[in-house]
Design a protein around this ligand. Sequence first.
Ligand SMILES: *[C@@H]1O[C@H](CO)[C@@H](O)[C@H](O)[C@H]1NC(C)=O
Ligand SMILES: *[C@@H]1O[C@H](CO)[C@@H](O)[C@H](O)[C@H]1NC(C)=O
Ligand SMILES: *[C@@H]1O[C@H](CO)[C@@H](O)[C@H](O)[C@H]1NC(C)=O
Length: 348
Amino acid sequence: MSVLVWSLLLLLVSPTTASISWMHLSRQPDLRLRQNKNLCEKVKGFSEGQTQLCRRQVEAMDSVKKAGEMAIQECQHQFQNRRWNCFTLDSTQVFGKIIMQGTREAAFIHAIGAAAVAAAVTRACSRGELQKCGCDRKVRGVSPEGFQWSGCSDNLSYGVAFSQAFVDNPERSRGVSSSRSLMNLHNNEAGRKAILAHMKVECKCHGVSGSCEVRTCWKVMPPFRRIGGVLREKFEGASEVQQRKVGSRKVLLPRNPHFKPYTSSDLVYLSPSPDFCLPDARNGILGTSERLCNRTSQAPEGCDIMCCGRGYNTTETEIVERCSCKFRWCCSVQCKQCRHVMQVHTCR
Ligand SMILES: *[C@@H]1O[C@H](CO)[C@@H](O)[C@H](O)[C@H]1NC(C)=O
Ligand SMILES: *[C@@H]1O[C@H](CO)[C@@H](O)[C@H](O)[C@H]1NC(C)=O
Ligand SMILES: *[C@@H]1O[C@H](CO)[C@@H](O)[C@H](O)[C@H]1NC(C)=O
């Protein structure tokens, strides 16, 4: 009997689905949910509340799938030159246990995931792909700068509200009491804030032969690459926090009371990260052996940091390039082929 109780307890404290398990949707074969919303039950990695949302707003699920792809791709782009390069595993944990440990990396992934859902849904709204939302044609009138608002502005409010309902659901259903849930919710919101804070204005000129007598403008979301860059900077400056009780409320306060308080757009984390140097199968860490590194750089992609002091191997590869190109009258370009040897360094 005690064995049973223990296994139940273990199931409760170590759920196999993480709070970002919804991203696993982007790694599953296309379920064609739109055609049959009963298949929402079949999606691996959704929480109960997410399954219900899937049934209620099944037309938004294409955007959720797209958002998973965007988030993973952007994370891998932003971290390609670092020890932790956002590698994914084929499981509903998607990034391995690292996501459950309240680290900076978990903070980034939550933020980029929540931002991606808000962005993908907003884009679908603007394109008229969703029934419940559209683009914002009510931004009207003349701006202080003298241009005319018009056209189709990205209306973030639906996408942001959907992201809050969908991405935050696993935290809310757990009851917002644990420090991890507080951390995840904060970082989800910070991700969405990154879009709101970087909306752009695009304009078109109207007038005789291109003169700009009247200028009409509308608001667009920044490219997702820009959001990735903003959040990557937030990752570098993330605040280490711990849970404290203030009155009857639990809040996250900076671990070091001398550090400045964080804002709602900053990322926060609870525990220091592992060094990611050596393989650790239990936590889904590959280690940096055989990773490419730069011999002369002192940055994280430099061999010193990337290889964790283990040193590196150097191999030579020949690169063939077009060079000494000349323009011939008329009309061709003639080049020579130059060969040069490039050294490639890989961590031991
Ligand atoms: C933007 O979307 C929200 C939520 O769908 C809606 O209430 C609001 O009217 C929209 N705003 C405009 C200006 O269209
Ligand atoms: C290596 O790092 C140096 C210094 O940061 C940089 O100038 C060089 O372009 C890098 N080399 C490669 C192959 O990226
Ligand atoms: C580096 O070189 C050593 C000796 O040539 C070899 O034994 C080792 O497997 C190499 N390591 C990697 C990661 O390529």
